[in-house]
Design a protein around this ligand. Structure first.
Ligand SMILES: NC(=O)c1ccc[n+]([C@@H]2O[C@H](COP(=O)([O-])OP(=O)(O)OC[C@H]3O[C@@H](n4cnc5c(N)ncnc54)[C@H](O)[C@@H]3O)[C@@H](O)[C@H]2O)c1
Length: 258
């Protein structure tokens, strides 16, 4: 909207703060997504092929936690750099058309639409579990699944079993809406405090500076990120080292050593 000149007021991109998306999106979504899957299915994750679509912040958190539960994690991506990062992290990377045939549990975390679609449903293994932890209920095409299935039955809270024309069963969690919010409790406050601190400080900034601000997108200043991380560490009783004046000078000159 900013690019098209359609923004009517200034926006502060809180999501882009390091103390937001490197924590809330990774650790909050990672833990909550696994929690939502377990509450709505009670499946054993150990030994399962766990497919994560999108290896961004949320996808990284989910992949990391799924590996910790003993799953074999498969990543699908559209960005070559993120795909390479996933591979170097030790995850298998493949296209969704192939992952659809081998996955036991699928989590979409792309913010995109039509990630798991009609052509994938007949390929799925018996008992495959589908869910989304990205933006909206458009990552898994639930409408197409509804249209294709012979029947569907809610077998427990947030878990609907679909019977496909080929006789296989597929489970869709939370209607394809964010599984961590719908089937679990969202992020713990111990990580949301970082996001909310960013929002509060951004609001205070708007109060002070709104007269000078244009209808544009503003990033969180680096100092705010640093301040929030410092306060969080203090609240956790963790101290870190400080650069000495000599070290600061050295980092800007690299004049010593070989
Ligand atoms: N569940 C939650 O509580 C929660 C929390 C934070 C963010 N979100 C949402 O999760 C989504 C992802 O957030 P993020 O911070 O990880 O974003 P991100 O931009 O860091 O990551 C998204 C990744 O998905 C990949 N991608 C895009 N389209 C794809 C496709 N069709 N197939 C495979 N990969 C694809 C991108 O290349 C990117 O690497 C956003 O919509 C965000 O709003 C959810």
């Amino acid at each position: 909207m900013a690019k098209d000149g359609k923004l009517k007021y200034p926006i502060i991109a809180v999501n882009n703060a390091e103390t937001k998306w490197d924590f809330d999106n990774i650790y909050g979504t990672g833990q909550g997504t696994v929690d939502g899957i377990l509450r709505s299915t009670s499946v054993l994750l150990a030994g399962k092929n766990f497919v994560v679509a999108g290896y961004g912040h949320c996808g990284k958190g989910v992949a990391m936690r799924a590996r910790g539960m003993g799953s074999h994690v498969i990543v699908t991506e559209v960005d070559p750099i993120q795909a390479l990062k996933a591979r170097m992290e030790g995850f298998e990377v493949m296209q969704m058309d192939d992952a659809a045939k081998v996955g036991d549990v699928f989590v979409t975390a792309t913010g995109c639409k039509e990630v798991i679609v009609e052509k994938h449903f007949p390929l799925l293994k018996e008992g495959a579990v589908l869910c989304n932890t990205g933006h909206f209920n458009v990552e898994v095409d639930a409408k197409a699944l509804d249209g294709l299935a012979k029947s569907k039955e809610e077998i427990r809270a947030n878990c609907v079993r679909y019977t496909l024309p080929n006789g296989k069963h597929v489970y869709l969690l939370a209607e394809g809406r964010l599984v961590n919010l719908s089937a679990a409790e969202g992020h713990p406050s111990e990580v949301m405090d970082l996001s909310f601190s960013n929002q509060v400080l951004a609001l205070l900034d708007i109060v002070k500076k709104h007269k000078q601000m244009k209808p544009d997108v503003y990033e969180i200043p680096a100092e705010q990120d640093q301040k929030i991380a410092t306060l969080k560490l203090q609240s956790m009783g963790i101290g870190i080292d400080e650069l000495t004046p000599e070290q600061k000078k050295y980092l800007n000159s690299y004049a010593e050593g070989t």
